[in-house]
Design a protein around this ligand. Structure first.
Ligand code: FES
Length: 316
């Protein structure tokens, strides 16, 4: 994957645990506009790659901003980015979009919890400027821990609904009220912890078609017991590759010289997705939508497996 060298142009403490970091290209060229909701891979000083949503104004070509929450159990990803100084150089990928504003939606409901505000911020910024109908529901423990809250209160107070310090038991009725009687052709977008997104999806699908519900996830899906994995065969460009029970498709294909791009290796970024020409995938990722999984035409080969003895794959 082609990476860009970027320099840290600005760092802002958004909350006690969240910093926003603005990047500009080292060579002085513009980065280009991006599609609201996109994310980039960031390779930090410890060479750890992580995915972060872009949260700057999508129409601004000169710089990209990400927001990084310092994770208590950071293995070198978020902690290393929190140690960056203005002027430091890191590498980022081109933006990738797994959750953009649906072009045919007539109303858009953004549901964010905690640091899940980041993709929603770029979508809200873009829809505000381009005059789309939307509302943003922001769940956070407190106003001090709600990154970008002052910005949202200033820019789109009439679209913003904050739910601060709400016990989890009250999430369902709040979601139910927010998602009842939506205008026709409404779309719902969510980002946050897995439990929050499961609940939003469950409630949203009672009010809008499942294909109108979109999510951005930065957590790997819970995996079934690996001891129950079985071996299967992948056919790719006329060659058969045996995938043992304890290895992934991508490991075996790469070992065999097949050029498959990867990034997260956890089924959350979408880099490794391939096309399924025959066979039935056993989806274990958090990147394809429910409808895409049911269609069975794509597979995230870093984590997913097969329900049939053979899968025939092609490049995406
Ligand atoms: S490498 Fe990220 S989804 Fe497979």
């Amino acid at each position: 994957m082609k990476m860009l060298e970027v320099r840290v142009a600005e760092i802002i403490d958004e909350t006690p645990t969240v910093k926003s970091i603005r990047f500009e290209r080292v060579d002085g060229q513009p980065l280009g506009v991006y599609q609201a909701g996109a994310h980039v891979d960031v390779v930090g000083p410890t060479a750890v790659t992580r995915q972060y949503s872009l949260c700057s104004t999508p129409d601004d070509p000169d710089s990209y901003t990400v927001a990084v929450k310092r994770e208590e159990k950071s293995r070198g990803g978020s902690a290393a980015l929190h140690d960056l100084q203005v002027g430091d150089v890191v590498q980022i990928s081109q933006p990738r979009n797994l959750m953009g504003v649906h072009p045919e939606g007539r109303h858009h409901v953004l549901m964010a919890a905690g640091i899940g505000i980041t993709p929603m911020l770029s979508m809200a910024r873009w829809m505000d400027v381009h005059d789309h109908s939307f509302e943003l529901h922001y769940f956070a423990r407190s106003s001090e821990e709600a990154a970008f809250l002052p910005l949202l209160q200033e820019r789109c107070p009439e679209k913003l609904h904050t739910h601060l310090g709400l016990p989890r038991t009250e999430h369902r009725p709040v979601l139910d009220r927010a998602l009842t009687d939506l205008p026709a052709d409404s779309h719902v977008y969510m980002c946050g912890p897995a439990g929050f997104m499961d609940l939003v999806r469950e409630v949203a699908e009672q009010h809008v078609p499942a294909e109108h519900v979109h999510q951005e996830s930065f957590e790997a899906a819970a995996q079934p017991d690996a001891s129950e994995n079985t071996a299967f065969t992948v056919e790719f460009e006329g060659t058969a590759y045996e995938i043992p029970a304890d290895r992934s498709i991508v490991d075996v294909l790469q070992e065999g010289g097949v050029d498959v791009d990867t990034s997260c290796q956890e089924g959350i970024c979408g880099t490794c997705i391939m096309t399924v020409l025959a066979g039935v995938p056993d989806h274990r990722d958090n990147v394809l939508t429910k409808a895409e999984k049911e269609a069975g035409e794509q597979i995230a080969v870093c984590v997913s497996r097969a329900k049939t003895p053979t899968l025939t794959l092609d490049y995406f």
